[in-house]
Design a protein around this ligand. Sequence first.
Ligand SMILES: *Cc1c(COP(=O)(O)O)cnc(C)c1O
Length: 365
Amino acid sequence: MATLADPATQFTRLPHPAPMAVDARGAVLADPGFGKAFTDHMVTIDWEEGKGWHSAVIGPRGPLSLDPAAAVLHYAQEIFEGLKAYRLADGSTALFRPDANARRFNASAQRLAMPALPEDLFIAAIKELVRADADWFPSVEGGSLYLRPFMIATEAFLGVRPAKTYSFIVIASPAGNYFKSGAPAVSIWVSDYTRAAPGGTGAAKCGGNYAASLVPTAEAFARGHDQVLFLDAAEHRWVEELGGMNLFFAFDDGRLITPPLGGTILPGITRDSLIALARDEGLSVSEEPYSLDAWRADAASGKLVEAFACGTAAVVTPVGKVADRNGDFVIGSGGPGQLTGKLKDRLVAIQRGTAPDPHGWVVPL
Ligand SMILES: *Cc1c(COP(=O)(O)O)cnc(C)c1O
């Protein structure tokens, strides 16, 4: 079979024998939650050494058939992405910066010794799926269609080396507002565990990073916190990120700081977008190391006025309280701050098409 030179025209479209009934779908879309309901369709594209990407199919969503020796099940050769499709005010639909997700996917693929996927094929696959599942946009305020592209090593082989066959798959999940009544300020626990070490996989969006974050996260929950914060591996001193969100700090002199990307932090697209929007607002944003000690001292002196976390799923979430073994401290009033709210509103307005898009981030479908 030929490789996919012109991907958009080469998807095989399989009919769905039994899509979800309209009433049942309506009930799901009225209260979708996050990540628990799935649409009718999925995209799969296969890769084989010597042949490249082939057999692009959009068809009914269903279980995968994998050999029990498939490399992904043993050595975690897996990467993923997360992005949202939005229904805009005028009824049309759009993606937000899918090219950035495509680029990051390939950066992750390279780190996990997986094949690169042409960026236009990544985006074409997502467009196919959103088109097929266009009736799956939630009816609720703040709703979106969350897209989960991922790649797994499918070769049946237990030797340790990069697999020779892979599948790229895209599924979709209707998503409500991550936090039902706006974003409350979260309380975070500073973990003794490490998420990523220099030279490791911290900058790759791979499932293995998440598996390793589950125990630290469970510990944070058990102590009554909402999220876990990871410090750097070498000195256990510098703030890196949460289990799945990047962090920002806002000061009383209008400065904004976010930890620098250096291989141990996931380069968030929300992070990158907020840096640009904050600069548009005339704020000075610096990517520089910030220590937990400085955070505690600046919160106490009042120099630090707000802190917030960001990522595609929850967009922007204020951080109200931080705790570690030495005690806890509160940021500002402990509630959502003004700048946090303003930046979030700016970003959401662009994503939803209610404000101009000066950076050309919105891709109509
Ligand atoms: C995906 C992810 C983020 C946020 O990235 P976005 O592109 O903004 O969604 C941050 N940290 C980690 C560890 C992630 O996996």
